[in-house]
Design a protein around this ligand. Sequence first.
Ligand code: ATP
Ligand code: MG
Length: 356
Amino acid sequence: MKKTIAMLPGDGIGKEVMQGAQEVLTVIAEQFGHEFIFTSGLIGGSAIDQRGIPLPPETLELCRNADALMLGAVGGPKWDGEPPENRPERGLLALRKELGLYANIRPVKAYECLTDHSPFKKSVLDGVDFVIVRELTGGLYFGKPSERSGKGGAESAVDTLFYTKEEVRRILTAAFEMAASRRNKVTSVDKANVLESSRMWRETAEEVKAGYPDVELEHMLVDNAAMQLIKNPAQFDVLVTENMFGDILSDEASVLTGSLGMLPSSSLSLNGLHLYEPVHGSAPDIAGENKANPLAMILSAAMMLRTSFGMEEEANAVERAVQLVLDAGKRTGDLAFENDHPLTTDEMIAEIKEGL
Ligand code: ATP
Ligand code: MG
C-alpha cells in the first residue's frame, strides 16, 4: 500500500521521538512491501520561531493532503512570553478543531515487566488493559461565554459546558464501536446527579446502546470513576467521557503504567484523517539530551498502522518488538533504576528496529 504520512515533530523531545517512529515505519514498509511517503510540517514553538504563528497554513495544507498524521509534542518554557493566543499549545488546539479530531483514544495497558515502576501493587495492576475515550472538541474548553466581568474582569468569571446532542452521540458511538472490538463493556462517566449536560449524556448513552445489544453499558459518576481507577482499574474495558473529565482521568490513569513515556494515543475524526501522538509533552527538562523514551511515539505509530491503514499484522509486529525489548530488560532512563545503565533514545530505537 502507498500512504502519505504527515510528520509534525513540534518541540523538545517531540523531535527526538518522531525520528524513532519514522525509522520504525521505514523498516515496516520494507518488510511488508509498502510505500510510506513522509512529509514534514512545523507546529508549536518551532513554527512560532520560523513563521511567527503556531499553526502555519502550509502545515494545515500538508495535513489535509496526508492519509494520517503523527505529532511529537508542542510547547516549552522558551515560549512562555508569547501572548495566550499565540502559545505553542494553540497550534495543537487549532489543528484539532480545523480537522474535526473529536475523539481522543488512550489505551492504558500495564506491562507485566514494568509493574515494578508503578506506584501500585502488582495485584491492582493485574489485567489492566483499558481504553479511555475522551471527547476533544466540545465541553468547557470551547463553550461560550467564557469571560471575566466586573471591574476590569476582576469580579466574576464564567465558563460554559455546552454540548449538542450530536456531539455526544458521535463520541459515545466511537466508544461502543471500540468496545465491540474488545471486551464488550462501556463505562460512561458523567456527573448526572448535578449537571444537565450529564443527564443528556446519560440519555444519549442509553440510545446509542440500543444499537449494540452485545455491549454492556454502565454509568459511573466521575468522582467514583476517579476512585475506581486506582482502586480496581482492571474492571474497565472502555471508559468514555466529556472533555474535561477525560483530561483529568486520562492523566490519572497514566500513572498506572509507570511512565508517561509508554503511552500512545490517537485522535479520530469522522472523515478518516486521524492524528497519532504520545500522551507525554515536550519534556523540556530532558530535551536535546538523547534520553527520552521513544516507545510512546513508536506505539502511536502502531496505532496508526492498525486504525488508519488497517495494517493489523504490521501493528502487531511493532508492538511485539516493544514487548520483546522490554522483556529483555532494556530500558530508557525513565524506566531504569538507579544502578542500571539506561539506553539512550537512539539506542532504544535501534533495539526496536532490531526486534522487528
Ligand atoms: P509539556 O508542557 O510539553 O507537557 P511538561 O514539562 O509538562 O511539558 P511532560 O512532557 O508532560 O513535561 O513530562 C513530564 C515529566 O515526564 C518530565 O519530567 C519529563 O522529563 C518526563 N517525560 C515525559 N515524557 C517522557 C519520555 N518520553 N521519556 C522520558 N521522560 C519523559
Ligand atoms: Mg505535561
